[in-house]
Write a protein that binds this ligand. Structure first.
Ligand code: PGH
Ligand code: ZN
Ligand code: CA
Length: 282
């Protein structure tokens, strides 16, 4: 069934686990994510970036995910990842997204608060949950690209001011992860996470989680991360399967290429769900 992001994440916050939020932009990725969630009985967040929406079309994605959620035996939320464009944010609300992220993390604090507050007012009036980001992640996620030198960890004091001033349902914080593939091993600032969680006592979101070692993920989940965004690791699972098939066989039937790729993605998604602690929580 299709539910709001808040419903899924408030429960995760109360019970102390994290739910996977996986980026989708075609049928195979969506099916892989839903298959995995059903197999391990996990609630799941399906998220689309603005890039995914321009690639697949907002109506295609809306219809596909609505159908998948209707048929699914687990709770599914449809979330807009890194929304920056006002028309897209409103378009998602109109097309049935149940959660949206407004990413004003590039703005000065006061402006980020003012714009986020406006989005929260509109979204909440429509029964849609809102995520926002404070601090800045380095790396590349579709349309969002931030140079390492511009990356900035979240200030706990600003986080309190931000949440009080906006009324967001969950907050994405920067504690050392980055979007895309890592060159070295990411070092997470767990003290900062612990301080922020204690001050806010609400669902907290970790972006850029592909490539973060399992022990860091488990620790972050114990310290209060409740939504974990994964994009790169699923893309890699798709591409590795496709590469193997096209370079070692003469297969030219797309179903025999995308089918095994879908299975490979489902395997990766399932492993993440076990790691995040949301398996069995549906
Ligand atoms: C993410 C995903 N999406 O918003 O934060 O990041 O590609 O590093 O998993 P990764
Ligand atoms: Zn992100
Ligand atoms: Ca990453």
């Amino acid at each position: 069934m299709l539910v709001t992001g808040k419903e899924i994440l408030e429960k995760a916050h109360r019970e102390g686990y994290a739910v996977g939020a996986f980026n989708v932009n075609n049928m195979e990725i969506l099916q892989a994510v839903i298959m995995a969630a059903e197999e391990v009985k996990a609630p799941v967040i399906v998220q689309t970036s603005e890039g995914a929406i321009s690639y697949a079309g907002i109506d295609y994605l809306a219809s596909m995910v609505r159908l998948a959620a209707q048929k699914a035996s687990v709770p599914v939320a449809l979330h807009l990842d890194h929304g920056t464009n006002f028309e897209t944010l409103i378009g998602c609300i109109r097309h049935g997204w149940t959660s949206i992220m407004f990413d004003g993390s590039h703005l000065p604090l006061a402006e980020n608060i003012a714009q986020t507050k406006e989005i929260v007012k509109i979204a909440h009036a429509c029964g849609v949950s809102v995520e926002a980001e404070l601090g800045r992640l380095g790396g590349i996620e579709d349309n969002i690209s931030v140079d390492e030198k511009d990356a900035r960890l979240t200030s706990p004091d600003e986080a309190v001011e931000f949440v009080n001033g906006t009324g967001v349902d969950y907050l994405a914080i920067a504690i050392g992860t980055a979007h895309g593939k890592y060159k070295g091993e990411p070092k997470l600032d767990f003290d900062r996470l612990q301080t922020i969680k204690k001050l806010l006592n609400m669902p907290i979101v970790l972006h850029g989680a592909s490539g973060v070692p399992e022990d860091s993920i488990v620790k972050a989940t114990k310290l209060g991360i409740n939504k974990i965004n994964i994009d790169t690791d699923v893309r890699v699972a798709f591409t590795e399967a496709v590469k193997t098939i096209v370079t070692t066989t003469d297969i030219f039937d797309p179903r025999k290429i995308c089918g095994p790729a879908r299975d490979n993605m489902a395997k990766v998604v399932k492993a993440k769900m076990e790691m995040f602690g949301c398996a069995g929580k549906a």
